[in-house]
Design a binder for this molecule. Structure first.
Ligand code: SF4
Ligand code: SF4
Length: 489
């Protein structure tokens, strides 16, 4: 049986379908793949981006091209189209899951990989809404992952694109490098310079669009709050769990990691956060940088194996989703294939583990209205929707509100909002409007990227809504914190 990329341990038949999470059906949409990929230029944003003029032939080499068997699973029904954010934005077939699968097919049949084909693959957010929506069980995650690896290996990106991607991948997966930036960035924010620069629109005028997007996404940096290497369980120990501290999470949202360790400990876990741990490889994996992702995965496996933990807990949806795919990522590695599959089986999202364990610590009332945002790599990729709602729903007086169009990505999607800032901003605006429509006091999610993206989208509208990671809300309930501490952030 073929593995399924981007899916957690929950059986497929227990997953919510796209319509159950609010998507419309394919009524009124075209019922067949357009046969002229060239028509895409008329509709797709980004059609004017720098072109290389190169046609790579054959499009795919023999090292794991998108599998024909998986391509053939697509029956072209179109159920995935209304949940695909890029199709929703542009109504362009080649920017839909069905269209992208068609491009993979023609690539296999002898069409070259050219600028236009790569653009449609690049513009996919990898959100996996199409996996939730597809009634035929098409494993789009595996298809796009294989395709992206081919693109990264074979397609000569423009010099500007290469330079920006090099900057991102030499910086974000390395917490030590990120930490070096913290001091100057904090000074920039606390001096008021950051606010002034944004108010007068200097970043947009002076910086290239991608660097400007990076600046605008930067969260407000508080104090560093390191997590101890071992946090003992409060009361009898129920599990010994490893905790991934992440790269962006560790440096930009240290308070989330601190809250995660406290909640786990309160519910009976001894929490081990190995100081030697590095990046899990999620950003690299989702961008098609196979060798880099494999190296990060091997190191993570070794680190947590050495820690002797029962399970590995992750509080960032994108990281958890990638770590559950290590078995697939390292399937060709004789030394790591089995270890990676066993490791992936032990990975749990924070809410997944807390619901599996059941609460040990009493939750104090939090009389607040919470809008829960399903991060795509939690809901669509891992099939985890009920657990965070159950974890939050167990807090007395907390009122949970659902966000309209929950299945549509907020535009964050790993590095998507950096490399494709315009569509990401459109999706962010759309999500921000849906969030505000809930009338909630607090927006809660499980992914640092979504928090940055939504804060930025709300800011663009001149709105402010307090936000928190689910770990921080649970921590406040366990500690009996005054709810104002969450609402006045
Ligand atoms: S992963 Fe998301 S953006 Fe990409 S094709 Fe599927 S639904 Fe569309
Ligand atoms: S990916 Fe699935 S939902 Fe989309 S067209 Fe193919 S079979 Fe239908």
């Amino acid at each position: 049986m073929t593995e399924q990329t981007g899916r957690g341990p929950e059986p497929a038949h227990e997953r919510a379908s796209a319509t159950q999470v609010g998507a419309r059906g394919p009524e009124g949409l075209p019922d067949e793949v357009g046969t002229d990929p060239g028509q895409a230029d008329r509709a797709t944003a980004g059609a004017g981006r720098p072109e290389t003029g190169v046609a790579v032939l054959p499009a795919f080499d023999d090292h794991h091209p998108p599998e024909q068997e998986l391509i053939d699973d697509c029956v072209h029904c179109g159920f995935c189209l209304p949940t695909c954010p890029t199709y929703v934005l542009w109504g362009e077939e080649m920017d839909s899951p069905r269209g992208r699968i068609y491009l993979m097919e023609i690539g296999r049949q002898g069409e070259p990989m050219n600028d236009e084909m790569v653009r449609h693959f690049d513009q996919c957010l990898g959100c996996m809404a199409c996996v939730t929506a597809c009634p035929s069980g098409v494993q789009y995650g595996k298809l796009i992952e294989a395709t992206r690896q081919q693109v990264e290996r074979r397609y000569p990106r423009s010099r500007r694109d290469r330079a920006f991607r090099a900057l991102v991948f030499r910086l974000f997966p390395y917490p030590r490098r990120l930490r070096l930036l913290r001091g100057p960035l904090r000074l920039y924010q606390r001096s008021g310079l950051g606010g002034l620069v944004r108010r007068v629109g200097l970043t947009d005028r002076l910086l290239p669009r991608r660097l400007s997007a990076m600046e605008r996404l930067l969260p407000t940096l508080g104090r560093l709050e390191p997590v101890p290497e071992v946090t003992p369980a409060a009361g009898p120990r129920r599990r010994r769990v490893g905790m991934l501290t992440g790269c962006v999470q560790r440096v930009f949202f240290p308070e989330v990691n601190a809250a995660t360790a406290r909640v786990l400990a309160a519910d009976g876990c001894e929490v081990v956060a190995p100081a030697a741990q590095g990046c899990c490889g999620a950003l690299s994996l989702h961008a098609g940088r196979e060798a880099e992702a494999q190296a990060f995965a091997r190191a993570a496996i070794q680190t947590f194996e050495a820690a002797g933990v029962d399970q590995v807990v992750v509080n960032a949806a994108g990281c958890g989703s990638a770590m559950k795919e290590y078995g697939h990522l390292l399937r060709d590695d004789p030394e790591f294939a089995e270890r990676a599959a066993a490791f992936s089986d032990r990975v749990r999202d924070l809410s997944e583990l807390l619901v599996e364990l059941g609460p040990a610590a009493e939750r104090q009332p939090l009389p607040i209205k919470v809008a829960w945002h399903d991060a795509c790599h939690l809901g669509h990729a891992q099939g985890i929707r009920t657990q965070p709602r159950r974890a939050l729903g167990a807090i007395p007086d907390l009122e949970l509100r659902e966000i309209g169009e929950a299945e549509i990505c907020c535009g964050s999607a790993g590095i998507y909002n950096l490399v494709e800032p315009e569509p990401a901003a459109e999706l962010g605006d759309r999500k921000a409007a849906n969030v505000l429509a809930t009338g909630a006091d607090l927006l809660v999610t499980s992914n640092p990227g979504c928090l940055m993206q939504l804060r930025n989208a709300l800011e663009r509208r001149g709105e402010r809504l307090p936000m928190a990671h689910v770990a921080e809300v649970l921590d406040a309930a366990v500690r009996g914190t005054d709810p104002r501490a969450l609402l006045e952030r």
